[in-house]
Design a binder for this molecule. Structure first.
Ligand code: HEM
Length: 420
């Protein structure tokens, strides 16, 4: 059922082309808050909040030091309770969510993963939940904070490359954390031509313009390959030991996490603890959009997890995925067209996506699995350490490798054969 595309009625296809399109490509991107230049990245994120929020910004600006010297919890407890009423623009709200999410992760995990704080004080919990509700984001650090809102150019005239980029708010992890965030920013940027191609392709199907569809599919393949190349930059900027021992902890959530089995109590919000998954690029809209467009069918278990991750996206980006889902099926169109060139190019997109997912598995193996095995070997048995469950799970709390392999293998199953 998950993979059935709702078909536009056939009389819609008979209408003149101008009415076939509900909107032009550019207009529809704008409707979903997707930038032609930056894709799902927030264009030109703010670095400062209005003056009344200085108590938050002062803490945010020295987070790594406050956490490493274990002073953050005490500082937060003394923080004044501020209302989000003073946040006017969308970009201000996104920066506030970024800042409060980073402070929250630091607050919960300051003493390490074995002694998390299970109650978030009301002066942090109340404004965080308020701004989260306004934005339709969960009250935890999400990909939308860590990556989409957390980048700035040193020289706006120059292109986006690591040397010309910086992060806005930091956590422990130094240069490796900076590299981890900025390489992911560049991955989002590399996806932009692919997102544009996808919109062009959906419109080309509606208008029965197979040449335009073919060119769009070629562009999509190139963009997926560029994403894979960009992902490879992780190796140049991120140290696996630091990723595993430091960064991973601060991205961890409080759902399916044995370190916080009941969740986090947001004081003043709810008496029951709430459960939220940690930050992960599984919350990036890019691959969800490609999967929907290419008609990839994941197993029920993987699809359930991936669909949950959509709740961590800005609502307009989630709506974009749903829009692609309800557009006419690319696969059906290719099969009924009998156009071999379209079929071959479609398959090349699927293969490129399989290669991206295989490459991602080697990255995850290096940054999580291999380091975890090494850490286990070093640790004398009688000393307490992270539980086995923690080590085998990713920051988003899935049993990592089997999930990632299933997602990759199901992608491969989408390959079309002439006889289909
Ligand atoms: C050091 C770098 C990275 C590590 C260690 C890593 C780790 C993981 C883990 C553990 C998962 C499993 C789900 C979860 O626990 O949340 C996952 C899923 C995922 N990651 Fe990464 N990741 C890294 C970089 C990236 C980047 C840069 C991207 C951007 C394309 C990405 C895209 C995804 C996607 C889309 C999924 C969902 C599964 C899928 O659709 O194939 N990851 N990652």
């Amino acid at each position: 059922i998950l993979c059935v595309h709702f078909q536009y009625t056939s009389n819609k296809i008979m209408e003149p082309p101008s009415q076939n399109l509900k909107t032009t490509p550019l207009l529809s991107l704008r409707r979903f808050h997707i930038s032609e230049d930056y894709g799902f990245l927030l264009p030109n994120p703010l670095k400062e909040l209005p003056d009344q929020f200085r108590p938050w910004m002062e803490i945010a600006n020295e987070l790594p030091h406050l956490i490493e010297s274990r002073q953050l919890q005490a500082r937060v407890n003394k923080m004044p309770l501020l209302s989000c009423q003073g946040l006017k623009s969308y970009r201000e709200q996104r920066l506030a969510h970024l800042v409060l999410s980073f402070i929250t992760m630091g607050y919960v995990w300051q003493e390490g993963q074995t002694q998390p704080k299970e109650v978030l004080p009301r002066n942090l919990a109340l404004p965080f939940v308020e701004v989260s509700r306004n934005l339709g984001l969960p009250p935890i650090l999400a990909h939308a904070d860590l990556v989409l809102t957390n980048w700035t150019t040193r020289n706006p005239e120059r292109s986006l490359e690591i040397r010309n980029l910086d992060i806005i708010v930091s956590l422990p992890g130094g240069e490796s954390l900076r590299g981890f965030i900025l390489v992911t920013v560049l991955v989002e940027k590399a996806a932009v031509p692919g997102i544009m191609a996808l919109v062009q392709a959906v419109n080309a199907i509606l208008q029965h313009r197979d040449n335009s569809l073919l060119r769009a599919l070629q562009q999509l393949r190139l963009s997926i390959q560029d994403i894979t190349r960009t992902l490879g930059q992780m190796h140049n900027y991120v140290d696996p030991d630091i990723f595993y021992a430091v960064i991973r902890i601060f991205l961890s959530g409080w759902k399916d996490n044995p370190a916080m089995p009941v969740g986090l109590t947001y004081e003043g919000v709810s008496t029951e603890p709430l459960k939220y998954s940690g930050g992960s690029a599984a919350q990036s809209t890019v691959l969800h959009a490609f999967d929907e467009f290419l008609g990839i069918c994941h197993s029920k278990e993987s699809a359930d997890f991936l669909h949950r991750m959509r709740e961590y996206m800005p609502p307009s980006h989630k709506a974009f995925i749903e829009e692609i889902h309800s557009a006419p099926s690319l696969r059906d169109h290719i099969l009924s067209s009998g156009n071999d060139q379209l079929l071959t190019t479609y398959n090349e997109c699927v293969e490129a996506l399989v290669e991206l997912r295989s490459y991602h598995i080697t990255v995850v193996t290096k940054y999580l699995i291999t380091v975890a095995t090494k850490a286990k070997g070093r640790k004398p048995n009688h000393l307490p350490g992270p539980s086995q469950a923690l080590e085998e799970r990713g920051t988003g709390g899935t049993v990592v490798l089997s999930f990632l392999k299933s997602v990759r293998d199901k992608t491969l199953e989408a390959i079309l054969h002439q006889s289909d």
